[in-house]
Write a protein that binds this ligand. Sequence first.
Ligand SMILES: Nc1ncnc2c1ncn2[C@@H]1O[C@H](COP(=O)(O)OP(=O)(O)OP(=O)(O)O)[C@@H](O)[C@H]1O
Length: 236
Amino acid sequence: MPLIEVTELRKTYGKRVAVDGVSFTVERGEIFGILGTNGAGKTTTVECLQGLRTPDSGTISVLGLDPAKDAARLHQRVGVQLQDARLPEKLRVAEALELFAAFYPHPADVGSLLRRLRLEEHRTTAFGKLSGGLRQRLSIALALVGNPEIAILDELTTGLDPHSRRETWQLVTGVRDSGVTVVLVTHFMDEAERLCDRVAVFDAGRIIATGTPAELRATTGQSTLDDAFVTLTGRS
Ligand SMILES: Nc1ncnc2c1ncn2[C@@H]1O[C@H](COP(=O)(O)OP(=O)(O)OP(=O)(O)O)[C@@H](O)[C@H]1O
């Protein structure tokens, strides 16, 4: 049984149709990529998965629960890394993790999380003094602090230098290898190609292709996912 099952999801903001009949499944243990250009409906879709937005129609099952009805229970089991998350400037890395750990019934051990995310030597650094790469690592750690079964990572490497991006990719693979199912929202095709087991390509509120990166390359006759994406969407 899929961990996440979305059927005919539709969400509008006034007259604007953000998500227009989207269906996909995410299986346990995979890294599932939600790809698409700006405004394609990616964030709205993952916000519906988290119960932050209520769909106009369609059904969503996450870990067998309906996010619109069971958001509080799902928050205990789904970790979320938010786009541009900000913390108080003076809050230190370990303090932030301990603070968030207190919200969960079975939190991860903060010490081992710091080691896993290679944040140990920064444990007493204030949030305001962290580089972009370290902030991202902290935001992944915060997504994992509740020991979730699913981690939703949104625009994970936007604004990072190439070295930090690669380091972050390794961490995401490590998260999956530790048994957490990952939903990765991205508009970077190299990132999706490197990390994702399967992807859904969003375009103007619809899914125009789903499959492994290799399948998408094969069906479009392209040698990279980037070129496959351009072929599918008609845009780069
Ligand atoms: N709160 C809102 N009110 C009105 N329109 C919105 C709102 N949030 C998103 N939209 C619109 O819905 C559409 C889908 O937006 P969404 O943020 O889901 O796309 P996205 O694929 O995540 O884009 P991005 O990569 O830029 O974050 C866009 O046209 C956007 O302008």
